[in-house]
Design a binder for this molecule. Structure first.
Ligand code: SF4
Ligand code: SF4
Length: 285
């Protein structure tokens, strides 16, 4: 039976992608899905060879047919986003509400889907990767995350793979919910800081709402041991297993510079990360 693990964090830069790339080196029979579409960087480590590329069409934008337009100004008057000037629509300002289409007396406005990004299916040395880019200024990242996950599932089914490892979006917004929904396990990567504990509590609120089992990994646990104890107590109180505690290590950056996962790079900390994977893998299997 296919399982899905989503790796999450309250904000970017907590080591989430380092952990996902390490899992990519360790896990068998899996597809990787980079759902951190606003700041995708798993590809920097995994160096994918793209085998399929598709446009991602999202929000509609208005466009005005200059031949039909009588320059009555109705659309300009009603566009609350000030997206129309000189009877032309600024696609970056248009929110796709279609009010201009409704008010135009001569049917000069049409609503067209716009290209908001791209999705990719790639081969990597660690197995197939589904990833995406969202063009600057686009906001349909929840929809794009859902599409990446769907494609990852299709790849897993086609290739007979039984695990999807998802690099989730940070935070608790719509893309995070899209990264999480239907997952079998959420691994929440946190750091022992004031905001780290606060973010952890907020993500746990989301995983509990969706009834998704959670585990926690404390990264850089030794930068603030008091906070680490606080996080562990919180986890104990809330019945959330701690999959492991990883010390601060410059090896993560060195591995990244060499486009390697920490497991490929080696060293003491890689053994600790392997221990985290064993906990996660045992929990899901
Ligand atoms: S679709 Fe809405 S936001 Fe876009 S130009 Fe028309 S009225 Fe303005
Ligand atoms: S409402 Fe229609 S006809 Fe009037 S200015 Fe806008 S596009 Fe042109």
């Amino acid at each position: 039976m296919m399982k899905q693990i989503t790796v999450l964090s309250g904000k970017g830069g907590t080591g989430k992608t380092s952990l996902v790339s390490a899992f990519a080196s360790l896990a068998k029979n899996k597809v990787l899905a980079d759902c951190d579409v606003d700041a995708a960087d798993l590809h920097l480590i995994l160096k994918p060879e793209i085998i399929e590329e598709n446009d991602f069409r999202a929000l509609k934008t208005a466009s005005i047919d200059g031949e039909k337009c009588t320059r009555c100004g109705e659309c300009v008057k009603y566009c609350v986003f000030d997206a129309i000037s000189d009877y032309l629509v600024n696609p970056l300002a248009c929110e796709g509400c279609a009010v201009c289409e409704l008010v135009c007396p001569v049917d000069a406005v049409s609503m067209n889907e716009k290209n908001a990004g791209k999705t990719f299916i790639s081969n990597t040395r660690c197995g197939p990767l589904v990833h995406a880019i969202l063009y600057a200024g686009e906001e349909a990242s929840g929809k794009l995350v859902a599409l990446v996950r769907k494609k990852a599932k299709d790849v897993a089914q086609d290739k007979g793979l039984d695990l999807i490892i998802i690099d989730g979006s940070p935070g608790i917004g719509c893309p995070v919910i899209a990264s999480l929904s239907g997952a079998d396990l959420a691994l929440i990567v946190t750091e022992p800081t004031i905001s780290g504990l606060h973010d952890l509590e907020r993500i746990v609120g989301v995983t509990e709402f969706f009834k998704i089992k959670s585990m926690v990994c404390i990264n850089k646990y030794n930068i603030n041991r008091e906070k680490t104890i606080e996080i562990k107590k919180y986890c104990l109180r809330n019945n959330i297993p701690v999959a492991g505690e990883i010390p601060y290590s410059g090896d993560f950056t060195k591995a990244m510079v060499q486009a390697k996962s920490i497991v490929e790079y080696g060293g003491d900390v890689s053994q600790i990360v392997k221990g985290v994977w064993d906990e996660v893998n045992n929990s899901i299997r």
